[in-house]
Design a protein around this ligand. Sequence first.
Ligand code: GLC
Ligand code: CA
Length: 556
Amino acid sequence: MQKKSQWWKEAIVYQIYIQSFQDSNNDGIGDIKGIQFRLDYLKDLGINTIWICPFYKSPMHDNGYDISDYQDINELFGSMVDFDELLKEAHLRGIKVIVDLVINHTSNEHPWFIESRKENNSPKRDWYIWRKGDKNNKPNNWESIFGGSVWKYDHNTDEYYLHIFSSKQPDLNWENKDVRNALYEIINWWIDKGVDGFRIDAISHIKKVEGLPNLPNPNNFKYVPSYKMHMNVSGIDKFLLELKANINKHPNIMTVGEANGVTVKDAVTWVHDDDGYMNMIFQFEQYEIKPKDSNEWMDVVGFKKILTKWQNAFENNGWNALYIENHDKPRSISLWGVDDVKFHQKCGKAFALMYFMMKGTPFIYQGQEIGMTNVRFDNINDYKDVAALNLYKFKLQEGNTKESILREIWDNGRDNARTPMQWSTEPNAGFTKGIPWLKVNPNYKFINVEDQLQDKDSILNFYKKLIKIRKSDDLFIHGSFKLLAKNHKQVFAYSRKLGNKKAYIIVNMTKDVAIYYVKGKEILGSDIILSNYDNLIIANSNKIKLRPFEAMLLKN
Ligand code: GLC
Ligand code: CA
């Protein structure tokens, strides 16, 4: 049987959060022309695919994840002409372009919703999920992912609509065939334009439990967390297979789903080589691992266990999406490592090597390649993320101190990943000559692209080497994964094997010296092809001494 092209298995994807990447017209907001301006930088880095976060027409209540026109460009970011040009220029450089597909919900300002809410017998009424309330009661007791009820009352027709994210993001009714067909048409339209694939937002939520029943509420909550009523619920396969059949009419389109709540067991079905719903999904289990506090080590054993489980699940069938950062999560060096001057560079490289050589497609989130870190603004007004602002408001009401809430935002806030890209030592890190929509992290004077391009020991140059090595041998694409030293509390070590080729990845994930007893002679007989220290210290025949965050790649 002729196999379809699987270029996405060889892709190295760079995620662009457009409003924070590069501003081209100095209004303080990154834009499409800014991305185009930086294409040569991306090409030089070595990546071959970009994923651009939503740039569609949107009132921007959730930074573009609330779309009011799927086929138009948000004027903050440019025009369709700009997009077409970007696509052309990216393709000329051998860079594929993946766009964000937000199809669980639209903005409440989308014409479909405006039409739907007009009257009970509007032709688009059934495109969203409307229910009668029970006197003053909501149609059921489900809680929204962004807090409060999933139901919003609309006096127009005296009914409620369902929103599992914010009330400005009403859920589309996937049970309605016209809705699905309208979405497929939009997908086809973007494919015809020439995009190479999709990152599919919140896709595990499109199916709701039949009848939208109340949840048991023994604790008398006001609203009950309702994930199990709309996250990967049975019957979703029908929609996902239909979506896939539509996308598969076009050859070579890559799909990666944001599939919160899909367990590793289900994932095998989701990404099965032959009849899976999509090529890959992002798992979130790795975020169950949090550092205890900055003086301790992260839970290395737990972390290895989770990632190994996902590696093993797809050993013979299916494919992983590898990532350590995105626009919703803190920076990895700050979250799991140590982000001070002393360890920053070693740690950034150690984490890079740790995840990059696993089996799957690696994703790099903008700024990760220079080791950008979390930010600590002292004033809540400097934060822009609705999630952070809501948290601050609610926790203040509950009587928490401002300092304690800020500390929580410093550790976990989404704006940690959204501060502007640090290009140079120029004002605002070279991101804009205007006033940036979100303040720049003041450490841009020490952490920026311009300096790191010059410095052969920089994190940036380490990423370049990693990418080159990954591309140089299909061992790194197709080789099998095996965890070594499973119970070591500091070291993450694994092998990759293809035929008689073998590579070893050994990473000290902590700021302290680690002793690693090597089993068998193979490792020490291999060549070090990449390391973040100058020379390996072999204490005796089978004992390696790893310095803080020491990381190496060996190959035989
Ligand atoms: C996804 C996005 C997130 C957004 C949410 C709602 O999780 O990554 O940024 O808030 O979907 O669309
Ligand atoms: Ca701009």
